[in-house]
Design a protein around this ligand. Structure first.
Ligand code: ADP
Ligand code: MG
Length: 238
């Protein structure tokens, strides 16, 4: 089970609080999107869930277990970043296999995991290439593949489409939605793009200045925004 619970979650850098008392219940297998302007605390929140950022206050629970002090590597989570973070000197295959190799599982298991993910993402023909010989969209598929090989219960995606052109972004939105259905995992997805949020999410979390403004389905946010900020943000043209 990968239900996730944030209870009064806080993050401060010195005297500066950038995430304020966030309360959020995310259901197992939900596709939830954190949206809001640059600097509002989306990535910081995601990084605390990933264990890449220390929690300053409050509680993080995954599947009912308190996770505040559990190291990142021991969380059943994979993260996909905006800049892909691929290893330039490794082939696509190696990039995808590397995390599993560190876990000392069998070579056959690693191979079948990489081949399965590559097939789903339609990158089998790219497995022997290096990242520099790939397009932006192909790199993003590899980054998704690297997350998939571990079969994590939770995927955290931080602006995964921001570096792609508008047309490819549209294609990848649909692909990621399909992937979510197929993988039976919980997806927490960060974007500043309201179109992405409105078209992909089961529920949207609108953030501003480290505070949650509203949590609701795209339809309800559109129909019944709680304040002018939410109305403006959701309704604003691209
Ligand atoms: P978002 O992802 O919504 O654009 P972030 O979570 O990256 O926002 O950042 C939230 C706030 O925290 C910003 O004001 C940012 O400047 C600040 N911040 C992020 N990382 C650090 C850090 N290591 N030290 C100090 N301030 C930081
Ligand atoms: Mg960010």
């Amino acid at each position: 089970m990968a239900s996730i619970s944030l209870k009064k979650l806080n993050k401060s850098y010195g005297a500066l609080t950038v995430v304020h008392d966030i309360d959020l219940e995310i259901a197992d297998k939900e596709f939830i999107i954190l949206v809001g302007p640059s600097g509002c605390g989306k990535s910081t929140t995601l990084r605390m869930i990933a264990g890449l950022e220390e929690i300053s206050g409050g509680e993080l629970q995954i599947g009912g277990d308190l996770m505040n002090d559990v190291p990142s590597k021991d969380r059943d989570i994979a993260m996909v970043f905006q800049n892909y973070a691929l290893y330039p000197h490794m082939t696509v295959y190696k990039n995808m296999a590397f995390g599993l190799q560190l876990r000392k599982v069998s070579r056959d298991f690693i191979d079948s995991q990489v081949q399965d993910a590559a097939k789903i993402l339609d990158i089998t023909h790219l497995l022997n290439r290096k990242p520099k010989a790939l397009s932006g969209g192909q790199r993003q598929r590899v980054a998704l593949g690297r997350a998939m090989v571990r079969n994590p219960a939770v995927f955290l995606l931080d602006e995964p489409l921001s570096n792609l052109d508008a047309k490819l972004r549209g294609t990848m939105r649909a692909e990621i939605t399909k992937l979510h259905k197929r993988l039976h995992a919980t997806f927490i997805y960060v974007t500043h793009d309201q179109i992405e949020a409105m078209t992909m999410a089961d529920r949207i979390v609108v953030m501003k200045d480290g505070h949650i403004q509203q949590v609701d389905t795209p339809q309800n946010l559109y129909d019944r925004p709680v304040n002018m900020f939410v109305a403006g943000f959701i309704g604003a043209p691209q």
